[in-house]
Design a protein around this ligand. Sequence first.
Ligand code: ADP
Ligand code: MG
Length: 700
Amino acid sequence: MNPNILQTPIDYLKGVGPNRAALLRSELGIHAYQDLVNLFPNRYIDKTRYYKINELQRSGAEMQIIGKLMHLKTVEQKRGKRLVAKFIDDTGEMELVWFRGHKWIRENLKLNVPYVIFGKVNYYNGFSMPHPEMELLSEHEKNLKIAMQPIYPSTEKLSNKGITNRVISKMMQQVFIETKVRFYDTLSTDILESLKLISKSEAVLNIHFPKNQELLAKAQFRLKFEELFYIQLQLITKNLIRKQKVKGYPFTEVGEHFNSFYSNHLPFDLTNAQKRVIKEIRNDMGSSAQMNRLLQGDVGSGKTIVGLMAMLLAIDNGFQACLMAPTAILANQHYQGIQELVQELPITVKLLMGSTKTKERRVLHEELEAGTLNILIGTHAILEDKVIFKNLGLAIIDEQHRFGVAQRSKLWHKNKYPPHVLVMTATPIPRTLAMSLYGDLDISVIDELPPGRKAIKTVHRFDSNRLKVFKFIEDEIEKGRQIYIVYPLIQESEAMDYKDLMDGYESIARSFSQPKYQISIVHGQMKPADKDYEMDRFVKGETQIMVATTVIEVGVNVPNASVMIIESAERFGLSQLHQLRGRVGRGAEQSFCILMTSHKLSEDSKTRLETMVRTNDGFEIAEVDLKLRGPGDIMGTQQSGVLNLKIADIVKDNDILKLARSYALKILKEDPSLGMEKHKVLLYTYQQMAKHKNIWNYIS
Ligand code: ADP
Ligand code: MG
């Protein structure tokens, strides 16, 4: 057999002409035989199971039912007509619905004869099935039953042009017949044996034509493991290479600034998690490789002080450091906080923002270039080309999800060697996802909150209970606390959201009237100076209530604020809700979060609200978020090709991912260049993968 037969263009496959080939190419990226072989089913349908009508569930699943057509009627609707049939079995009745092809159906379907129908079951005032696949029971019984029928990925265009699942299944059979596919095994004997994996050939065969459930499960496991293993191998290798190649400045000294701060100026004892992370950072920066580390820690876990101590290390070694934040408010807050912490140390800290005055800037630029300015804190303004450091040794980026990767790398080019980079994020990314997305970054986690924090009490209240909520606000203000009330502001419906905000503000202002109560309001349509003024009044405790849109989401620190009320909470995503809640619970007092909603809630909204009420743990919340939204939607991951997985699912196959990662780590530790004889096949596969950017492309 010609070993390259799998490279044959798809046009040559029996049953595939130029038209179909063009469609397969454009819709599914199938160019050659091997691409078809590597089109893995999304799922399988058990065609040996028949449901009774009274067993149907409202899950929208595809089901197979035996019954009879009773009568057909045409129903006029806004656009066109629909044809509706009553379908019954001995347990109940349902409707079958067609929007097209009425003539054919009326002429060909028989009433009162048993049929086997198959399709998606919907529920709306009873069960219905649109455009069912139908087969006479007598015919159906003659056919061979496939226990697990694969369902392949498809597109609307493909099905409109008649390339149905059945057609793709036929092509798949044809490709296996023509090629008698033999797959070169792509994993080493060691791995195959130690994990008891089935061979590549067997796996590929059974993924398309499963002999039984057990073999299908084995085939899936083997192929998922392989996919995740090579991704991890690639990420870890990249990281190793970066560590060898990308030189950094070794910060060998733990000097005066660090030590003096540690022994004399720390305002509290560090948590064990903070100590551990500082040690990890010290180790990284002490080596001659550039640090590229992600610091994850829940809201309020104390990342800032860790960042500051890393900056002191840089200064001890004769370098400058910068800290970049996504908003002016946050940059300012960091500046104030850090200024206060280091006031007794002989170091200079300055703030740079878009709004910094030219005169001030000029001085700042000079000091920066002369090296007399030790720490620069700021917004995006730091990235401007005219901002030149004498010797930037460490760049810290706070709230990383607001910055793109490109911006991150811009900091690299401010020096001869790239500075060490520490990315701090308060939107915890589930570990599994972080491992895949940032496998080439090192990850530190602060998984412990400072002692004495009282867990925030979270409740869900309906709008109809607003009066009680207002009474609660009154009581808390009486105790001397401050209150946030946050409204959603979502771009598309900005005008309406803005009206909601103003209506809400007026109603609050009526219930909490001056002079007894003072209210701040902050929203996106205000001038920055006005925003700062209002925010400032709240920070100083001059106002008791802050009515705001989500501009306050990131970072604001007002320890005396103990109540967070989120209006239309059903419209916020989980991570946003968690971020908002993190604005309270920063002082010694018991804090509260009240999620206000209407009575109309989708299932997903309910899950989000329940999750918020149940837990304060950002990582747990992130896991739920990932399950609800899927990995593609999580902040910052959209651009990551890592998630274009062919068969594995980063959420569901978490355990396989961990396993794959541990194998990749073990192997690279023993044999970083994969030069050993027993790793030959891994190296070959890996190289093929790098060449074709596709790990499935190496077949003998
Ligand atoms: P985040 O991780 O959200 O950026 P911050 O660094 O702003 O958290 O810290 C939140 C608050 O906790 C700050 O007021 C900070 O001073 C305080 N804090 C940080 N670490 C500790 C600690 N070990 N013990 C007590 N308070 C701490
Ligand atoms: Mg922070």
